[in-house]
Design a protein around this ligand. Structure first.
Ligand code: ATP
Length: 453
């Protein structure tokens, strides 16, 4: 079972501290969200799982964390200054603004139904900001619209500082910014979001095979995070809809509460990016002072030792949205169940490695010194195992604590009661089955570790 509506998820996220509208107390800003105490843990766990599978568990990748502020020159060469646009129409009647391809009803304003619309005009989706103390328009940078461009500009640095040879990949996670005309559907389409991108460099001619490999690998990874395979769809992007750099792109779509849309794209970017950053920048009109005098003569190429010639590698790019991943996984994990004939419960049946809180330790009686001290000791022992956040719940209301931890997806709750003082055991309650068992404190670390394996 998943959530029936987006509202159910939005409400749970606010109630339990996963996500808040950004700048909420001043009325909020559209298309921006803040991750609360549970959200930040969940998002970090998801990113960590990606990093583990893309960097730690492979022998052919390296990591990178590059700057967000990007030189216009880089984004000129990448094609973003010229092509990263959406066609935009304004409604003259109600002054609202729409993406031309989202006017579903025969050129009528979706807001007021007026047909008095402007012609579509290209609107660049990149955010600009001034560099340096004087904002006279001459020195500016863009907030990166995708994380990958700095992977390409660092290609030679990484090659020179490691002993990599093609095929190999560079992984990066981090913020990206797009001035979306119509942000919507909660965190599905926002203006500030995170991406997890791998650029995997291969020899031309082997690119089709590597492309297939990464499409399958990525679907497998999402299934391992807890998404049912039947809720993921492999969609071939039509030739006339491909991005300017792409030879072939396959989208991995997910059935979100608002409908089926892209969760991740896997593109064959060919040698477009490394090729265009290899060109001499004087070929382009440079608008920013910051990079005016620079000229990239760097050769982003590698040598084929057998054929003794230089070539520009092709790149396969699996590019996933962290926030869309968060939304998809929350939706997959959402359950509403009858506990008995009068009571219902909501739970998030998340995979334990993604749960924001791994275990809650609950003394049966609030502020009872003996029970609380023992609970603190158990909490801190479990915390040192380094599997994620463990919390102490000193509110004395076991039922309320169980309900809260079901809703945030905590896999186990450990209750320390008066019997614990005698038999040195705690009651462990499982989130999904609600079954309870006694486990001795001595065996708790082993029990807990096995649970997470
Ligand atoms: P869409 O067609 O939905 O606008 P896109 O094809 O422009 O997406 P890409 O440029 O391929 O997206 O970006 C890679 C990934 O980054 C997407 O699969 C998505 O998960 C995420 N992403 C892109 N734009 C946004 C956004 N505005 N808000 C949240 N995530 C986004």
């Amino acid at each position: 079972m998943t959530a029936q509506t987006m509202e159910e998820l939005v409400s749970l996220c606010k109630r339990r501290g996963f996500l808040f509208q950004s700048n909420d107390i001043y009325g909020g800003i559209k298309g921006l969200y803040d991750y609360g105490p549970m959200g930040v843990e969940f998002k970090n766990n998801l990113k960590q799982a990606w990093w583990k599978s893309m960097v730690y568990e492979r022998d052919d990748t390296e990591g990178l964390d590059a700057s967000i502020l990007s030189s216009p020159v880089v984004l000129k060469h990448s094609g973003h200054e010229d092509t990263f646009t959406d066609p935009l129409v304004d409604c003259r009647a109600c002054k609202s603004r729409w993406r031309a391809d989202q006017l579903f009803e025969n050129n009528k304003c979706p807001n007021c139904k007026s047909e008095d619309l402007t012609e579509p005009r290209p609107f660049n989706l990149m955010f600009k900001t001034a560099i340096g103390p004087v904002d006279d328009g001459s020195s500016f940078a863009y907030l990166r619209p995708e994380t990958c461009q700095q992977i390409f500009t660092n290609f030679k640095n990484i090659l020179d500082s490691t002993s990599r040879t093609v095929p190999f990949g560079i992984a990066q996670m981090g913020k990206a910014f797009r001035n979306e005309i119509t942000p919507r559907n909660f965190i599905f389409r926002v203006r500030e979001f995170e991406q997890m991108e791998l650029e995997f460099f291969v020899k031309p001619g082997t690119d089709d095979e590597w492309h297939e490999y990464w499409i399958n690998k990525r679907i497998e990874w999402w299934v391992n995070q807890g998404i049912k395979k039947e809720n993921l769809k492999k969609i071939e992007v039509e030739k006339n809809e491909l991005a300017h750099y792409s030879k072939r792109t396959v989208d991995i779509n997910y059935v979100f509460p608002h409908g089926e849309e892209e969760l991740e794209g896997v593109a064959n970017r060919t040698d477009f990016d490394l090729g265009s950053h290899t060109k001499n920048q004087n070929d382009f009109k440079i608008t920013s002072e910051v990079m005016k005098n620079s000229s990239s003569t760097t050769k982003l190429a590698v040598q084929d030792l057998e054929e003794k010639k230089w070539y520009i590698p092709f790149v396969i790019e699996p590019s996933a949205g962290v926030d869309r991943g968060v939304l998809a996984l929350l939706n997959e994990a959402y359950r509403e169940e009858n506990v008995d004939k009068d009571n219902k419960r909501i739970l998030l049946s998340l995979k334990p490695h993604l749960s924001p809180i791994k275990a809650a330790v609950i003394p049966l009686k609030k502020n009872n010194e003996e029970l609380v001290n023992l609970s603190k000791e158990i909490k801190s022992n479990l915390q040192t195992l380094g599997l994620g956040r463990v919390v102490l719940e000193n509110s004395g209301n076991i039922g309320k604590n169980y309900r809260r931890h079901d809703e945030i997806g905590t896999p186990i709750c450990l209750t320390v009661d008066f019997e614990t003082l005698e038999d040195k055991s705690v009651t462990v309650r499982d989130r999904d089955t609600m079954k309870q068992e006694r486990v001795s404190i001595e065996n708790l670390s082993e029990y807990y570790k096995k649970y997470f394996n």
